[in-house]
Design a protein around this ligand. Structure first.
Ligand code: SF4
Ligand code: SF4
Length: 285
């Protein structure tokens, strides 16, 4: 069987469409995510090396993660492809969270916890499906090499950033609130797999890494600043420590009001012009 971009796209879409694992685990059994987007980056894309300089030397390249996983340093970076995908939040989840002012809505908190379980299951499904076809693949986030780190420049970081991978795969750019603005918006989750495949890279349809944000591109909007309940976003970007502290504090609220162990926020991802798409000239402000 030929494994090409279409094959991967169909595999990812079918999982989200048909798998019972795509669930918010609420009584109605609603889906956690809508139809995904898929993009591809070359294993030897210079961006992955650039992330070491830009974010921190702890950032792993696709080759490093693959060679360590399979104990094979003979594979060459250009023999690898990074598969990246975007899992859009549903309309119901976005509508609920838009109404919130301090804490996450129940659907949003469920998407943060049970949605990430879907994301893990999808990564595993892609790896297992490729293995069945004789193709070696690994989901970096699920390896022992994945760990949280502190970037001298950006604070909380990690050895593998799903959002930076999505940027490399042509799926979006970074907004003022540090969220990723994709063609289906900022209200989403993202994941990736590194595979021993040669798939042409997706075009990056943007001039720079902040092109989709109205503040960075046109000096307007700043709606995410007002949405943040703790003032973590300003014209200089996001204070990750302030954000983290608030998100951690939502645990009690989620437990008391929704009855499960969870957390979240996402207020800056909803009720803003970049919530469900890349805001254009005609976007409502
Ligand atoms: S709400 Fe406006 S300023 Fe904030 S990230 Fe989105 S487009 Fe940029
Ligand atoms: S996730 Fe919440 S706390 Fe963090 S920056 Fe966005 S609105 Fe503020």
């Amino acid at each position: 069987m030929t494994i090409d971009a279409q094959w991967i796209d169909t595999l990812v879409a079918a999982f989200i469409e048909t798998s019972p694992k795509n669930t918010l685990c609420n009584p109605a059994g609603e889906k956690a995510f809508d139809r995904p987007l898929v993009g591809f980056a070359k294993g030897d894309d210079p961006l992955f090396e650039a992330y070491k300089d830009h974010v921190g030397p702890f950032c792993m390249t696709p080759w490093e993660i693959f060679a360590l996983t399979f104990g094979d340093t003979g594979v060459r970076p250009e023999q690898l492809t990074v598969i990246s995908y975007i899992l859009p939040q549903t309309d119901a989840t976005k509508t609920d969270n838009r109404k919130e002012k301090i804490y996450p809505s129940e659907r949003w908190a469920r998407a943060r916890i049970f949605g990430e379980e879907v994301n893990v299951a999808l990564r595993q499904h892609i790896v297992a499906s490729l293995k069945e076809e004789g193709c070696r693949a690994v989901a970096p986030l699920l390896t022992p090499q994945f760990s949280r780190r502190i970037s001298p420049k950006y604070g909380f970081s990690s050895t593998w950033s799903e959002r930076h991978v999505a940027y490399a795969a042509g799926l979006g750019t970074f907004g003022l609130c540090d969220g990723m603005i994709t063609p289906v918006g900022k209200a989403m989750r993202t994941g990736s797999v590194v595979a021993e495949l040669r798939i042409p890279p997706s075009p990056r349809p943007y001039a720079d890494h902040r092109a989709g944000c109205l503040y960075y591109s046109r000096g307007i909007c700043k709606k995410c600043i007002a949405r943040c309940p703790v003032g973590a976003i300003s014209e200089t970007g996001k204070d990750k420590a302030l954000c983290f502290t608030h998100v951690r504090k939502t645990r009690d609220y989620v437990k008391t009001h929704y009855g499960f162990e969870g957390y979240g926020c996402g207020l800056c991802q909803t009720g803003v012009p970049c919530e469900s798409g890349v805001p254009g000239a005609g976007s409502p402000l």
